[in-house]
Unconditional design. Structure first.
Length: 165
């Protein structure tokens, strides 16, 4: 489509395509919280959300604190990479972002994850789930490892870590 309205639809389709890639690797989330950007309020995203059976929650306009985790991440990405790098090309930007993401997920311990890296945290979570599943199967019962824990704060589940995309 052409024009401003068509561009938003195209961006929504691209976002939906990337979300499908993430789901293929990380599994389907129970819900997504986002701002009210036009690419995230497009009919393409609304259709995707219905098709994938993923709840979508929009923060209140002008209230970025309602999505503080992504705001913190965006600030870190901006300060550490985007404001410090003059990209020579799209491929250079992709390589730089991939390198930054790799460092963020595999080398940096995060205080919110008990000073583990996101990769280590995800691996530990996966081992815990596998052990739980083996235990349940011995008793002729089975339930997949839950996406959300009983803890109040479940935003740091491995499925929500920065994904390759």
């Amino acid at each position: 489509m052409s024009g401003a309205g068509g561009r938003h639809i195209d961006l929504g389709i691209r976002v939906a395509r990337e979300l499908d890639k993430i789901i293929a690797v990380r599994g389907r989330p129970g819900g997504i919280v986002s701002d009210n950007g036009t690419e995230l309020t497009s009919t393409a995203i609304l259709a995707w959300s219905d098709r994938q059976n993923v709840a979508w929650h929009y923060i209140a306009p002008g209230k970025p604190v309602q999505n503080a985790f992504i705001e913190s991440f965006n600030g870190r990405l901006r300060d550490e990479l985007l404001n410090e790098t003059l990209f020579r090309s799209l491929s250079h930007a992709r390589v730089a972002l991939d390198s930054w993401r790799w460092d963020y997920n595999t080398k940096r311990p995060h205080s919110s994850l008990g000073w583990q890296t996101p990769t280590a945290f995800a691996a530990a979570w996966q081992r815990q789930c596998e052990q739980r599943d083996r235990t349940l199967s011995r008793f002729e019962g089975f339930a997949p490892c839950p996406v959300a824990s009983d803890a109040e704060n479940t935003f740091y589940h491995p499925r929500t870590l920065v994904s390759r995309g």
